[in-house]
Design a protein around this ligand. Structure first.
Ligand code: F6P
Ligand code: MN
Length: 439
């Protein structure tokens, strides 16, 4: 199935596309913000690293402004030049593309997925080339701000989770299915809060995430919640223990807290026995979770004045210690490949995921990679658009922020377009798309 060419890749070639807008406007803004934040940190870096730090900062700023110029003038992509372990993969892939197409990719002409991922890798190259700032996260300030600005929503959510658990423990009958539905939706809508779509504008969650659920309900275009729930319960029956679940994380800040709460719910209500969170190896698409962000978030929650937050977060630390929860990082998540190439390009990760009982994939970029970032007819079956990627039963939880989607009913796209012209890209519409093992 993976051999058939089903649809063309999204690309800035199409001037009416979101890809075009992204490369023309959004990416340059993101790069300018990086330069701003680098300058803001000048004093601090000088204090910590001295002259060497100042030199490194200048070099980062120089690389970023060069990159911005390359994007805006549609320059050909060049090899990565730092010492990270993924350099051969990036550079061999570039050679592969040149062999197939005859020339290196260009920003406004090549597949959007490739050039956008490449941009974030080049941002990392700027840090990698430094002596003192190798671990510098140019997006950290923004991520931490979005976490702090979402405090009220985090408190409401964690207090609710705490109360639900207390009720469960007291022996009171709980409606497991509707609770599952609720925490799944909170995690789904958590994906509205990414910093990349807004070019780093404020995306904190300020309202109660629970009160909003009802209002958001009609915005779920595909809702496979029942199948997901049934599948998780079925695993418990066939395996004799609750599922081992993998969550491919997306953004830090409020979204990460919603994912942690969802995982906590799965464990404490016996729908999962283990959860493995997959993180990005380096700063990615502005707000994605790195290992540092993950630990930082749990430490912040643990140190909170709220008893609900600190109690739950300290329990999570315990989960991490006793391996009920695990974290994993793989370079594959910060490469540009669609997921149907995982098995051949990164067999170890594929084999690892094939041992999972259930995989949740968060967010827009993971969705784009799932469906190959192709301009599919909207009514294409979701499973078809996976093009053979099915290490385990999986579910995509994604607020729509790019112009690709599959699995819609006939006529549904027109209906929603009539209500909201920007439905594919504004993050106000979402999908809960499930696919079981291919038969
Ligand atoms: O954090 P998410 O949900 O993957 O979204 C990332 C953003 O990056 C893009 O994939 C490309 O800019 C958008 O479509 C989306 O706004
Ligand atoms: Mn993201």
């Amino acid at each position: 199935m993976s051999g058939t060419v089903e649809a063309p890749p999204l690309s800035a070639k199409d001037k009416n596309s979101f890809a075009y807008l992204t490369i023309k406007d959004r990416l340059p803004v993101i790069l300018s913000k990086i330069a701003d934040s680098v300058y803001r940190l000048k004093g601090k870096i000088k204090e910590t690293y001295g002259e060497e730090g100042t030199e490194d900062l200048k070099s980062v700023a120089g690389c970023i402004s060069k990159l911005r110029n390359e994007v805006q003038t549609n320059k050909p992509v060049v090899p990565i030049q730092d010492g990270r372990s993924d350099v051969p993969v990036w550079n061999d892939h570039l050679k592969e593309i040149i062999t197939t197409t005859g020339s290196p990719p260009k920003w406004f002409e090549s597949p959007w997925l490739y050039v956008e991922c490449y941009m974030y890798r080049r941002v990392q190259e700027a840090a990698e080339l430094c002596k003192t700032l190798k671990d510098f996260d140019v997006f950290r300030e923004q991520k931490e701000k979005s976490f702090f600005d979402s405090q009220q929503a985090i408190l409401v959510l964690m207090e609710h989770l705490h109360n639900v658990e207390t009720e469960g423990e007291s022996g009171k009958q709980v409606d497991l299915k509707s609770l599952f539905e609720k925490f799944l939706r909170v995690s789904l809508w958590g994906n509205k809060c990414d910093l990349s779509i807004s070019g780093g504008q404020d995306v904190a969650q300020r309202s109660s995430p629970l009160d909003q659920l009802h209002q958001f309900e009609p915005k779920i275009l595909i809702d496979n919640t029942k199948d997901v729930f049934k599948c998780l319960q079925g695993i418990k029956v066939t395996k004799g223990h609750p599922a081992c679940v993998d969550i491919i994380l997306d953004n830090a800040g409020f979204e990460l807290v919603t994912d942690l709460c969802f995982a906590e719910f799965l464990i404490s209500f016996g729908l999962a026995s283990k959860v493995c969170f997959h993180e990005k190896a380096f700063p990615w698409f502005v707000s994605d979770v790195t290992p540092y962000d993950f630990d930082w978030t749990i430490n912040q929650l643990c140190a909170s004045n709220s008893i609900y937050m600190s109690k739950l977060a300290c329990k999570w630390k315990q989960y991490l210690e006793d391996k009920t929860w695990q974290v994993a990082v793989d370079d594959f998540w910060t490469l540009s490949f669609p997921f149907n190439e995982m098995e051949s390009r990164c067999p170890d990760l594929y084999a690892r995921l094939a041992k999972s009982d259930f995989i949740f994939l968060k967010g827009d970029l993971n969705y784009r990679k799932l469906v190959g970032d192709l301009a599919w007819p909207f009514t294409t079956q979701f499973t078809t658009s996976l093009r053979g990627f099915q290490p385990a039963p999986l579910c995509a939880l994604r607020a729509c922020k790019s112009d690709t989607v599959t699995g819609l009913r006939g006529g549904q796209a027109d209906e929603v377009k009539a209500k909201d012209d920007k439905w594919m890209i504004n993050g106000n519409w979402a999908v809960i798309s499930f696919s079981d093992k291919l038969t």
